[in-house]
Write a protein that binds this ligand. Structure first.
Ligand code: FES
Length: 89
């Protein structure tokens, strides 16, 4: 739904089993694997994808740190790593 209905393509679908975390979003500021999270379970809650971390014209310090450190690797799960790291800190 995030990718296809809302167009938030930063969130990736990887394993579909809660292991790779490429699909991580913040649900009420807690990192969750969106692949295991039914839409009905988040009714009335805040869901933040990697696109929602930054303001419209400025990256977060975590996003900038990933760029500065060339931490993208292949890039597929980078959004999930950024969301997880943001929640950790
Ligand atoms: S797609 Fe791998 S944890 Fe969700």
């Amino acid at each position: 739904m995030l990718r296809e209905d809302f167009g938030f393509t930063g969130t990736k679908y990887g394993c579909g089993e809660g292991q790779c975390r490429a699909c991580t979003v913040l649900i009420d500021d807690q990192p969750k694997a969106s692949c295991l999270t039914p839409v009905s379970s988040v009714e009335g809650m805040s869901v933040t994808t990697v696109e929602g971390l930054a303001s419209s014209d400025e990256l977060t310090s975590m996003q900038q740190a990933f760029i500065d450190m060339d931490a993208a690797q292949c890039g597929y799960c980078t959004a999930g790593m950024i969301v997880e790291a943001t929640a950790l800190l």
